[in-house]
Ligand binder design. Structure first.
Ligand code: LAC
Ligand code: ZN
Length: 468
């Protein structure tokens, strides 16, 4: 275990900068600062530090640099790729004391938050003012806004409102040398020079430490319609998606796709808590959501759009939620992963993306290749199909994690063959290092290295992530 003597110079300097009680030796720190949500990675940091404001973050970074220690920001630990796992002997920097909503401007439709703010807290603060922060993830209750920015999170409503990249107008960042760069603006349009904020989005803590952000808000929708639809084939899935996009006038906000085996596994595991909303055995299930603003007509429009899809032969069965409780039960089929996937542990989880037209062939090939390599393999497919984002859960037996790199290679090589991306929304982190070249060109990777060298020449920001 990494230790630094109580009187070590780095510890003294950190304690002087942010207060001794906010410098916690790694071995004494709460496991939430050291392990990720899947329990796959456990860090052994020298210290967990908990700065209280941006100036203190900058001081910590400067002290770390002076002493040759690395800095990894730890947020909600809800990532799946080991992106927020501190390097051995490095510093884990938590922004859990910087968790406030600082300002709300419902005229400009923008909110300013500290990076350690929990996503759900930010969502609820916006809603209390009649506004809406569209980013939504299953892990909303523990993911932080800063982590969502660092990962350029996606989730369930990308189809309509985009990823985090589309919601950040202002950013404050601490660079590797301790410089604070701040542009906390609500402006949507700003082409004055390089879009440096966009470079930080998705950089996974390797280019700068995000301390505050201004998020773009939308007027809060006042109606929601949710339905679960069963479909017989992938052609019906894509036809349904396009039909709903048009018929709902751009108000389709989620189109979550579940292959039949995912639906069967999730609902079987949840039977004690809730009955199956519809029979298993269909090839596909789509969970669709429309958020609107016309209580008199929205339900009718939604039902008419679904009726047309049924008439066109696209939908084999449909359940429409008629209360908030029913809506939550439909979403639980998709999102209540802990019981739903328990029987699949230990599993690997993938988030690849590709042209939608390539998706059925990709799924078929992955099944064939994994079954050939790992007889008895169990796979579940689901994802944010409206975005071309496919998730795969793979179990290759109780000792399966020993084969993780082989399974990764099969999935990622196939992703490269269809011109896709090995990381649609979860990033590269630690677990996908070494596979980047399968879906990024050497010139692209070289450009990434140049950017990294320019911003962090000593390599102190979250080392061992994204690039080898
Ligand atoms: C999901 C996570 C894996 O969508 O991104 O379930
Ligand atoms: Zn996802």
């Amino acid at each position: 275990m990494a230790t630094a003597p109580a009187g070590s110079p780095i510890r003294r300097a950190l304690a002087e900068a942010i207060g001794v009680r906010h410098v916690i030796p790694g071995g004494e720190a709460d496991p939430k600062f050291r392990a990720d949500v899947l329990g796959k990675y456990v860090a052994d940091p020298l210290f967990v530090v908990r700065p209280g404001d941006t100036a203190e973050v900058a001081a910590c970074v400067r002290i770390a640099a002076e002493h040759g220690a690395s800095v990894t920001v730890v947020g909600g630990q809800t990532g799946t790729v080991g992106g927020a796992i501190a390097a051995p002997g490095g510093i884990a920097l938590s922004l859990d004391r910087m968790n406030r909503v600082i300002a709300m401007d419902t005229v400009s439709m923008a909110m300013t938050v500290e990076a350690g703010c929990i996503l759900q807290t930010a969502q609820e603060a916006a809603e209390a003012e009649g506004a809406f922060l569209p980013l939504d993830l299953g892990s909303r209750g523990s993911a932080t806004v800063g982590g969502a920015i660092a990962a350029n999170a996606g989730g369930n409503r990308v189809l309509r409102w985009g990823m985090m990249r589309d919601m950040v107008t202002g950013l404050e960042v601490v660079l590797a040398d301790g410089t604070i760069v701040s542009s906390l603006t609500p402006m949507i349009k700003d082409n004055a020079g390089y879009a440096w904020k966009q470079l930080m989005l998705g950089s996974e803590g390797t280019l700068g430490i995000i301390t505050r952000a201004v998020l773009r808000l939308r007027p809060k929708p006042t109606t929601d319609q949710t339905a679960l639809l069963a479909l017989a084939d992938f052609a019906s899935v894509t036809a349904l998606l396009r039909s709903l996009e048009v018929r709902l006038g751009g108000r389709l906000s989620s189109f979550e796709l579940m292959w039949g085996d995912f639906y069967a596994a999730m609902t079987a595991a949840q039977l004690a808590a809730r009955p199956r909303p519809m029979a298993e055995g269909h090839a596909f299930y789509a969970l669709v959501e429309m958020l609107g603003g016309d209580p008199d007509h929205d339900a009718g429009q939604f039902e008419a759009a679904l009726g047309a899809a049924i008439e066109d032969g696209l939908v084999a069965d449909a359940v429409i939620a008629s209360s908030g409780r029913e809506r939550d039960a439909l979403w639980a089929v998709r999102e209540d992963m802990v019981p739903g996937l328990a029987a699949y542990k230990p599993f690997m989880v993938y988030d690849v993306s590709m042209a939608l037209s390539a998706m059925p062939g990709f799924v078929e090939q992955v099944r064939i290749r994994l079954e050939a390599a790992f007889p008895g393999v169990r796979m579940l497919f689901y994802g944010h199909a409206g975005d071309g984002n496919l998730h795969i859960i793979v179990n290759v037996g109780d000792k399966g994690m020993a084969h993780e790199r082989e399974v990764d290679r099969i999935v990622y090589e196939m992703t490269g063959e269809v011109g896709g991306s090995i990381a649609a929304e979860h990033g590269i982190g630690r677990s996908r290092i070494g596979f980047l070249g399968l879906t990024r060109s050497p010139a692209e990777i070289d450009l990434m290295r140049r950017i990294k060298r320019a911003l962090d020449p000593e390599g102190i920001l979250n080392p061992g992530k994204i690039l080898e």
